[in-house]
Ligand binder design. Structure first.
Ligand code: NDP
Length: 316
């Protein structure tokens, strides 16, 4: 049976698309993901308190928010499977999909909402303190009480690292920006903001060799990338901002991506270069990457898919 609409991804973009599509009677089928590109539910599953998603003045836990969205999508009739798409043939319609469990699906329309995975430092100690002082999202976690009036670190030298560092200055007593080179990758305007901020100190040519602490993180072991000298930095929190990898591998080049690997959508739309394929959330957005912007683009994708299917003569 050919599905009218398949949605790939179960973060805020995919689930919002599912809620809208189900309510539009498109009977969407959602492939949630399983192991690839992070856990089902997306990056909010690995954050704690969310204080900036509208409608929750007393905050909500990331996993709770995603469970609510999932329940809402199912309530309106979305069918789901916990599986990873390994191959997509978008060269002709209906589109064809193969999953890691060996299932095959076909669909008239597709919404790609497979997200992006935050790059993480490949250290055993990083895994140990992840969520216990280490995070990849200052906007999500930076204002938590454990980080208030504490000295914190941001790792990375790009625009995200500087945005994160600037954001943290609202709560932290001091922010160390740890960069592995002597020159920032970030845009000039962001560089100026970081270098002129009284609370930000840039530690040049430094790389983290180990995270340490007791129950929670309390220091970083650093190595100077030029001299090789080792040092220790006491911090209550560390925010990794070393880039994201959009989860587009399964598309095998069928959809146009930009030089960073993100899906290119038509301006002001979720349409891609392939007719009938729409993209929403972080897989097509390297700039905002917020739950609320992902959800908003999921809504757009569902509405655009609905219009497109109707134009194709779908009786939905
Ligand atoms: P980037 O890829 O631009 O930067 C990643 C940074 O992490 C680099 O400084 C890189 O170092 C460093 N890094 C990568 N791997 C490691 C590692 N293993 N150990 C230590 N450091 C590491 O990613 P961003 O997320 O910052 O930005 C992605 C894109 O989004 C960019 O085009 C950026 O301009 C854009 N963006 C725009 C914003 C805006 O317009 N407001 C806000 C945020 C992002 P090195 O420099 O040595 O390679």
């Amino acid at each position: 049976m050919t599905e009218r609409l398949i949605i790939i991804g179960s973060g805020p973009a995919g689930l919002t698309a599912a809620i809208y599509a189900a309510r539009a009677n498109l009977q969407p089928f959602l492939i949630e993901g399983f192991q690839e590109g992070g856990i089902p539910g997306g990056q909010l599953m690995i954050t704690t308190t969310i204080e900036n998603f509208p409608g929750f003045p007393h905050a909500i836990q990331g996993p709770r928010l995603m469970a609510n969205m999932r329940e809402q999508a199912i309530k309106f009739g979305t069918r789901m499977t916990a599986d990873d798409v390994t191959d997509a043939d978008l060269s002709r319609r209906p589109f064809k999909f193969t999953t890691v469990n060996g299932e095959n699906y076909t669909a008239s329309a597709l919404i790609v909402a497979s997200g992006a995975t935050a790059r993480r430092l490949p250290l055993d100690s990083e895994k140990k303190y992840w969520g216990r002082g280490i995070s990849a999202c200052a906007t999500c976690d930076g204002s938590l009480p454990v980080f208030r009036n504490k000295e914190l670190a941001v790792i990375g030298g790009g625009d995200t690292a500087i945005e994160e560092a600037l954001h943290l200055t609202q709560f932290a007593s001091k922010v160390f920006l740890i960069h592995r080179r002597s020159e920032l990758r970030a845009s000039k305007v962001m560089q100026n903001r970081a270098t002129s901020h009284p609370k930000i100190t840039i530690l040049w040519n430094k790389t983290v060799e180990e995270f340490s602490g007791e129950k929670t993180l309390n220091s970083l072991k650093l190595r100077d990338t030029v001299s090789g000298e080792r040092s220790e930095l006491a911090v209550a929190g560390a925010f990794e901002a070393i880039g994201h990898i959009p989860n587009t591998g399964f598309l095998k080049g069928h959809i146009t991506t930009n030089d960073l690997g993100y899906i290119v959508t038509l301006p002001g739309s979720t349409r891609t270069n392939v007719e009938g394929v729409f993209a929403a959330g972080d897989v097509q957005d390297h700039k905002y990457r917020q739950a609320v912007t992902a959800a908003a683009s999921g809504c757009m994708a569902a509405k655009e898919a609905e219009d497109w299917l109707r134009d194709q003569g779908c009786d939905c």
